[in-house]
Write a protein that binds this ligand. Structure first.
Ligand SMILES: Nc1ncnc2c1ncn2[C@@H]1O[C@H](COP(=O)(O)OP(=O)(O)OP(=O)(O)O)[C@@H](O)[C@H]1O
Length: 331
C-alpha cells in the first residue's frame, strides 16, 4: 500500500502525490471570482464572445491551477462549452487574451493549440462514428510528419510515424480497455465506452492540459467509477484537467477547485464544498424568481396581512356591505 501523504503532498518516503499537491496549493486561495492561483497554467483576461445580441461568454479574469482538476459548472446556456471552444481555438472571441504557460493562444488554430499541449475531448460525431476505434485514435495524433508537403514526398518517414502512432494508440486502448474493440466502428460503442474513447483520443497528442466535455454524460453507473479513476489518473500523471459536468456528485468527487458560470460570467470560484452554500450559485441555478423558502419575518407579515383582510371583510359583512372590489378578476 502506498504511504499516506501528509497535507503538503509528500509521502513518508518523500514521493510527491499530485492530488495532494494540487489540494494543498489551493488550500489558502480565497474563494473569490478571478482570484490568483499559486501556479496558474491557463490565464484568461477579458474574454468576451457574443452571438448577435447575446453575450455567451464574458470572463474578466480566470486562472487555472497547474496539476489540479478544475470543474466548470453552471446552468444550461451559461457559456461553458463556448469558453472551452475559445480556449482551444475552435472559436474566436470578440475581445480578450488567454495564455498557456505565459504563451498567448489567441488566433491559433485547434491543431496548433493541441501541439502546444492543450486539448479538448469531443463527443463522437456521426462522421467519427463511422470510423473504427483505432482510426479515431489516429486522428487524435499530432505532429504527423505525413501532413507536410515535403515529408509527404518521403513515404518511409510517414510510415514510420504511422507505426509509432499505431503503437501509441494500441497502448492507450489497452489502458482504457478498448483494445479488443479496435476494429469496431466507434458508433457501436456504449455510452461509457465512447467517453473512454474520447479521453483516450485526446491523450494521443501528449497534452499537458486536458479539457473534458461532460465526461460522465450518458455513462451507466457500472462504468462511472472506472471513468472517474481515469480522470484522476490524468492528474496523477501531472496533467491539468478542466472538465464541464452537470452531475454535482461527480464534481464533488473529483474537483480540486470549482468555477461556476452563469449568463457568460464567472459568478463563483472555490473548492467543491464552498459552492453549494454560495447564494449567487443557488440563485443562478434556481433562477432569480424561484420559490425561496419564506423567512420567519415574511411569514409573520403575510399572516398579519391575511388577518387584516379577513377583519376588513367581516367588518364589511357586519355593516351589510361587501368587501371592496380588488380589481374584479378572480385570482
Ligand atoms: N454558434 C452559436 N450561435 C448562436 N448562439 C450560440 C452559439 N453557441 C452558443 N450559443 C449561445 O450561447 C449561450 C452559451 O451556450 P453554451 O453552449 O456555451 O452554454 P453551456 O453552458 O455549455 O450550456 P449547456 O450546459 O446547455 O451545454 C447559449 O445561450 C447558446 O444558445
Amino acid at each position: 500500500m502506498p504511504a499516506e501523504p501528509n497535507p503538503t503532498g509528500a509521502t513518508a518516503s518523500g514521493a510527491r502525490v499530485p492530488a495532494r499537491l494540487a489540494q494543498a496549493a489551493l488550500r489558502d486561495v480565497p474563494w473569490e471570482v478571478g482570484v490568483a492561483k499559486p501556479d496558474p497554467t491557463i490565464v484568461v483576461d477579458g474574454v468576451t464572445r457574443t452571438f448577435g445580441g447575446l453575450t455567451a461568454v464574458s470572463v474578466d479574469h480566470l486562472e487555472i491551477q497547474r496539476g489540479g482538476i478544475t470543474g466548470l459548472i453552471g446552468p444550461n446556456g451559461a457559456g461553458k462549452t463556448t469558453l472551452f471552444n475559445l480556449l482551444t481555438g475552435f472559436d474566436q472571441p470578440d475581445s480578450g487574451t488567454w495564455t498557456f504557460d505565459g504563451r498567448s493562444l489567441g488566433k491559433l488554430a485547434p491543431h496548433q493549440v493541441a501541439r502546444l499541449g492543450v486539448v479538448r475531448t469531443f463527443q463522437l460525431t456521426k462522421a467519427l462514428s463511422r470510423l473504427t476505434v483505432l482510426q479515431n485514435m489516429l486522428l487524435g495524433a499530432q505532429g504527423q510528419k505525413g501532413e507536410s508537403f515535403f515529408s509527404a514526398l518521403v513515404p518511409a518517414l510517414w510510415r514510420g510515424q504511422e507505426k509509432a502512432n499505431t503503437e501509441k494508440a494500441m497502448e492507450l486502448l489497452r489502458r482504457f480497455k478498448l483494445d479488443a474493440k479496435k476494429d469496431d466502428f466507434a458508433g457501436t460503442l456504449s455510452g461509457g465506452q465512447r467517453k473512454l474513447l474520447e479521453m483516450a483520443r485526446a491523450l494521443m497528442s501528449d497534452p499537458q492540459v486536458v479539457m473534458l466535455d461532460e465526461p460522465m454524460a450518458g455513462v451507466n453507473p457500472a462504468l462511472t467509477q472506472s471513468l472517474l479513476g481515469h480522470v484522476k489518473d490524468l492528474r496523477e500523471e501531472g496533467m491539468t484537467v478542466i472538465f464541464v459536468e452537470h452531475d454535482m456528485d461527480v464534481v464533488r468527487d473529483i474537483s480540486d477547485w470549482v468555477v461556476v458560470m452563469a449568463a457568460g460570467n464567472v459568478i463563483a470560484e472555490g473548492p467543491p464544498e464552498s459552492i453549494s452554500q454560495n447564494k449567487a450559485v443557488v440563485d443562478a441555478y434556481l433562477g432569480a424568481h424561484h420559490d425561496a423558502p419564506l423567512t420567519v419575518e415574511d411569514e409573520d407579515r403575510q399572516l398579519a396581512e391575511a388577518e387584516a383582510a379577513i377583519a376588513r371583510e367581516s367588518e364589511g359583512t357586519e355593516a351589510g356591505t361587501s368587501a371592496p372590489d380588488q380589481g374584479g378578476t378572480a385570482r
